[in-house]
Design a protein around this ligand. Sequence first.
Ligand code: TYD
Length: 217
Amino acid sequence: MRDRGNPRIPSGHSRGLFISFEGVDGSGKTTQVNMLREYCEKKGLEVVVTQEPGGTRIGEVIRDLLLSTDSKDMHPLTEALLYAADRAQHVEEVIRPALLQGKVVISDRYIDSSLAYQGVARGLGLEGVRNLNEWATGGLYPDITFLIEIPYEEGLKRLPKEGKDRLELQSRTFHYKVQEAYLTLGKLFSKRIVVINGSQTPGIIHREVIQEVEQHL
Ligand code: TYD
């Protein structure tokens, strides 16, 4: 049995396939999500593509609050709770129903984002953020998580100069901590998290992604 992050808590779905993409800002997750969607649809699979924060009507409101540059005074605990609240709504409304219908769910970010950004980079601690999120999701972990790994500086360079959100505007130290946290998570949960070198071309990354996905279909 693969280690999904917490062996005590079952993932809670018996059908479908749950895939998440993770990485620092600007790592190219969204491109890979779209390429994988196309691949799965060509195979005749029913696919739900979604994202965090957001992905539901309630989640979009939470997303605006989290990412607005007006939320400068948001406390790290509030931030962690809001990401978890967004995730609870997302799991109940979108992810779990789709998995129960046997669909492939591809999420642009999920629980590991909270572990890396809030647990490590904000300094709240992995254990607390993990407990909070396991409560919020009923212990639902992805079957596979792709960590698209690039140096954070490269990611920041890829982002548009204008219109950065509150998280993207954090210090370089913060982004460095996120990068390092992801590497740690990749090692801790090596059975669930597949680390991919994100400095390769999108086509090569996609090939590595589908090689892994094929083993689960
Ligand atoms: P996202 O829209 O994925 O940004 P991008 O497309 O630039 O990667 O996510 C918005 C920001 O929210 C991103 O900086 C990461 C952050 N985030 C957290 O800090 N914790 C979380 O649990 C999630 C899901 C995202």
